[in-house]
Design a protein around this ligand. Structure first.
Ligand SMILES: NC(=O)c1ccc[n+]([C@@H]2O[C@H](COP(=O)([O-])OP(=O)(O)OC[C@H]3O[C@@H](n4cnc5c(N)ncnc54)[C@H](OP(=O)(O)O)[C@@H]3O)[C@@H](O)[C@H]2O)c1
Length: 249
């Protein structure tokens, strides 16, 4: 290991986007700590010489804080964190299933907050660092048959933009990642056509480059970015008409 090797902690790294991110950073010679609940998958990924496994359920704040302390102890320091853990139960999203909505918020929103909380003091006292949160552009406006996932990402988008200002005062960068449709076990549950579907490796490439360029928002692919820029500024009347007419999911 070289003295100047950069170090990153990735959550949600047992599969999909998080796994691809971990592998991309390892390939770029970063030292990578990976977390998620499925230990056997983490161990497989950690066969790479630059990747190290730290199993974790992010809904447990104390465990999340202890895991970060352990990584810090092992690695010496951390330059970047990327929080990609998330769940989506497509079948349960069509009704107002209160249990599912609570569970989705517990992982997607509070789990990410637990993760940010666990690095807050470290980055603020170091006066350097980078926090990256994988959310979703679906959080920008309401969508049909998405009673838990979309609202959890709306909250996460808002939280991420808010803490951008708070951490900026400490010279700590905050980045919001807004992927379009990426082929993972999460989207394999979708029973509707997914336009501009991309691979996890494509998303990892975009996220790696966006972080390098210190962007606030990394949104991809380009047609999805354009679509959401338009969606965000449309008046409710036009947005509601368009979604009622053309989004049949
Ligand atoms: N795929 C897309 O099209 C898309 C689009 C926009 C945003 N996103 C977001 O991208 C992120 C990654 O999703 P993905 O598509 O890559 O799906 P995925 O393959 O299902 O990845 C989700 C990851 O989160 C982990 N996770 C779930 N619950 C957890 C918990 N309680 N504690 C710790 N880790 C937990 C999972 O690992 P374990 O089960 O092993 O814990 C897994 O590693 C999510 O936040 C998702 O909302 C995805």
């Amino acid at each position: 290991m070289s003295e100047n090797q950069k170090k990153v902690w990735v959550t949600g790294a047992s599969s999909g986007i998080g796994k691809a991110i971990a592998e991309k950073f390892a390939k770029e010679n970063w030292k990578v700590a990976i977390s998620a609940r499925r230990e056997e998958l983490l161990n497989e990924i950690a066969k790479d010489k630059n990747i190290f496994s730290y199993p974790l359920d992010v809904t447990d704040l104390k465990r999340t804080q202890d895991t970060f302390k352990k990584i810090l102890g092992d690695f010496g320091d951390i330059d970047l964190v990327i929080f990609s853990s998330g769940i989506y139960e497509r079948k349960l999203e069509k009704e107002i299933n209160v249990e599912n909505i609570k569970q989705t918020f517990e992982v997607n929103f509070f789990g990410t907050i637990n993760s940010v909380k666990s690095v807050e003091d470290y980055f603020k006292s170091k006066k350097n660092g980078h926090i990256t949160i994988v959310s979703s552009p679906v959080g920008y406006r309401g969508l049909p048959k998405s009673t838990g996932y979309t609202p959890s990402k709306a909250a996460l988008n808002n939280f991420t933009q808010g803490i951008f200002f708070d951490f900026k005062k400490y010279n700590v960068m905050v980045t919001l990642v807004s992927p379009g449709f990426i082929k993972t076990q999460l989207t394999d549950k979708n029973d509707f056509p997914m336009p501009f579907l991309k691979s996890p490796e494509y998303s990892a490439e975009k996220i790696y480059n966006g972080i390098k360029n210190k962007k606030f928002e990394i949104i991809f692919p380009f047609p999805i970015a354009v679509m959401y820029w338009i969606f965000r500024i449309l008046p409710n009347k036009i947005y509601n008409f368009f979604i009622s007419k053309f989004v049949n999911r």
